[in-house]
Write a protein that binds this ligand. Structure first.
Ligand code: BEZ
Length: 237
């Protein structure tokens, strides 16, 4: 695959396809993971401290992502032998915070050619022409990009936030709701607008009934309860 130009996939686009060598064998992306959520993320370089702390954190949480039917896939513009040596060093030598003996079981892509990082807009020349920024692509089971987050080289990601985004997207799909600022599983969710005046009025009346789980702040802004156990029963944890 030759791709000399930087492209920037957008939310709602099909995830660009590629074939690449990884620490877990050859990957045909995203088809190898169809039916699963994918988090494709890039890091600037192996054997660097922020990236090491990030990999250890993702490594510690990998089972939580597996239980959410989500495949993690890492990438940097380093080669396979560097990736393998770095992951071995992490497992054998690095004890950081409460993390020790962390084995990375998800694939890490060899992107020495920069073909994949260019395809996904991970090379952002104002930040670095030779390293990928810290990009995170959330891809749904149909292979559609649903969220994109970029961080600069010097700032490590918040992995609880990445998990919150994944659970949030799965909740939106499973319950046909929207999620308010700072939502966490178990918090109230936004009831979708009924779409016509009759429905809006009926909803307003329903919210006034004693014991209703609907709460309306105004005609366009209503929330309802959605308990954690209901969410996890449906999204599969
Ligand atoms: C790091 O992971 O520590 C790092 C990598 C590239 C630039 C700055 C920091």
């Amino acid at each position: 695959m030759e791709n000399e130009t930087n492209t920037m996939p957008r939310i709602g686009d099909p995830a660009p396809a590629f074939r690449a060598a990884t620490t877990q064998g050859t990957l045909n992306f995203p088809i190898d993971y169809s039916g699963r959520w994918i988090i494709l993320f890039s890091h600037p370089a192996d054997f660097t401290p922020v990236c090491t702390s990030e990999f250890m954190t993702f490594g510690k949480m990998q089972q939580e992502f597996e239980e959410l039917n989500c495949q993690l896939v890492g990438l940097s513009v380093d080669g396979l032998s560097s990736h393998i040596a770095w992951l071995r060093t992490i497992q054998d030598r690095i004890h950081f915070r409460d993390m020790d003996n962390i084995e990375i079981r998800f694939p890490l892509i060899d992107d020495v050619s920069m073909n994949v990082s260019r395809l996904y807009g991970m090379i952002q020349p104002g930040e670095s022409e030779t390293k990928a920024v810290r990009a995170v692509f959330f891809i749904d089971p149909k292979g559609v990009i649903r969220t994109i987050i970029y961080y600069p080289l010097a700032l490590g990601r918040n992995f609880e936030e990445l998990k919150r985004v994944l659970v949030g997207l799965q909740t939106v799909d499973a319950f046909n709701v929207a999620l308010p600022a700072d939502w966490r599983p178990g918090d109230e969710v936004i009831d979708p607008n009924p779409g016509n005046m009759k429905g809006v009025e009926a909803r307003w009346q329903k919210a006034q009934q004693p014991g209703s789980d609907l709460k309306c702040y105004d005609w366009f802004f209503c929330t309802r309860e959605l308990p954690c156990d209901e969410i996890y029963k449906k999204i599969g944890k």
